[in-house]
Design a protein around this ligand. Sequence first.
Ligand code: ARG
Length: 595
Amino acid sequence: MSAANAPISATQDTPSLLAQRFQAAVGKAVGDEHASANPQVRPANNPKFGDYQANLAMGLAKQLGQKPRDLAQKIVDALDVSGLCEKVEIAGPGFINLYLSEAFIDRQVAAMTSDADRLGVAPADPPRTVVVDYSGPNVAKEMHVGHLRSTVIGDCIARTLDFQGHRVIRQNHLGDWGTQFGMLIEHLIESVSPEKLASASFEIGDLNAFYQQAKKKFDQDTGFADRARARVVALQGGDKQTHKLWQALYNKSVEHFDAAYSRMGVLLTDDDIHGESFYNPKLPAVIEGLKKANTLKESQGAKVVFPDGFVDREGEPQPIIVQKSDGGYLYATTDLAAARYRIDELGADRVIYVTDARQSQHFAMVFATLRQVGWASQQVQLDHVPFGTVLGKDHKPFKTREGGTVKLIDLLDEAQRRAVEVVKQKNPDLSTDRCEQIAHAIGIGALKYADLSSDRIKDYVFDWDRMLSFEGNTAPYLQNAFVRIRSIFRKGEIAPGSLADAAIAIRQPTERALAVKLLQLPEVIEAVAQSLEPHRLCTYLYELASAFHQFYEKCSVLNAADEPTKHSRLALCELTARTLEKGLGLLGIGVVEQM
Ligand code: ARG
């Protein structure tokens, strides 16, 4: 069967459909050994250049010692894009511009419309088992703005991979173990009455203040410091009473985290918690394993590993310490144990870690060690997802007016408060309840979107006014586009979802531009899954909403010239709403019917 007669699969995204045709053409034009060259099909960045462009000719020409434009011509001569494109052009040094045909667009949009759940996104084949390690706050410390980033980015990655059909296992790597618990437990004993301690009916209140008080005592009172050290020994030795107190601190902290998670609408539950304490019993085996693999070295009494390829400024091999001279284990030791657990017990073939960029070196060294020792085979993909710092308007790290760290819970409160003001202003007649509800979706949505929409590796400036604006690349702008579409349906008294079988006929330029954007959803989701960059989805949704507004300005929907056009356009509106809802959902952001 030639490509022309083969049925076009609605479950494949446009670039891969085009790529297949290109590979066939390259095979014909210059030989099958080059057919596997990546055709580099991507959306054209200007409608002047069509809908997609293929950039393979330049690279391949260099390899073959041919002129790029000549090679592009040979490829185009052999290219069969029947059923897909109406026009193919060569431009500049050898770009191949592709113009999708009306029939193809109509058919693909119709397929997407009738596929309400997946919207044309094919299920991952084969699905992988992916561990996403994110959030990871520390017990007895308040969650701060850095944890906001990890939580929000990690949640989006987990949702996206899950939607693709991968088996996603979320892991919350709590900082819930270590020598600091000696002083925290001692401080707890001294600051809470024995009865309350026994019944665990105490409140810690401000976790940061609690931590700071303990630290101050530890630094100033040698008696306290000695008791704290003895407490660490008791904790590690498994002393029952001490463990109970540790558990109480842990429980109180997890209550705080859970409250923040539920307000933020993130997926993490208590079942996802596997904190540092969970790996504590597994640490001796890590040291044993490193020894067996001949990777363990001694350095000034400490046990260390020198992963290949890491040197310090002087060019000396750089170690990671896995056991201190006093026998204590370190952050890296726990991460080695955690990776082994995830790969061996959870069966992960991809492990993703979402932390700030300052931990990049740590993960690079941990990954290198895992490979070197053979704990992670080449089949297991290890990804560190680093992110930058949140900055204040002064472009310095975001701090409270007093110069303290910004607590996550305070940000959530302020987001809600500000969103209520915005909603009230837009819609003064709303009941207080309704207003609070809508403000929740808008406030939390704005906060998350501001974080997700900037290239994560860069620092970003925290700006309430910008994130809550209804103009520009913001959550309220997208939520508002959804509301506008819903109001079209209300006005026309049409039930959303009643157009799944409408015949699609895309004719007007703005209508066509919207349709082509809609069809890009699968490729955008794949790009997010590969690059682990949520901002690509944000940019897409922003472009989609803009394309919708342009379409709506130019094309009458409810007053279209005839019924078929009206139904086709309503179906396009409906598909846009669904795509916005799905896309925002993958970002962890809700839509509202009215605002
Ligand atoms: N608790 C750490 C922090 O607050 C984050 C944990 C990240 N995950 C990991 N496997 N190390 O920075």
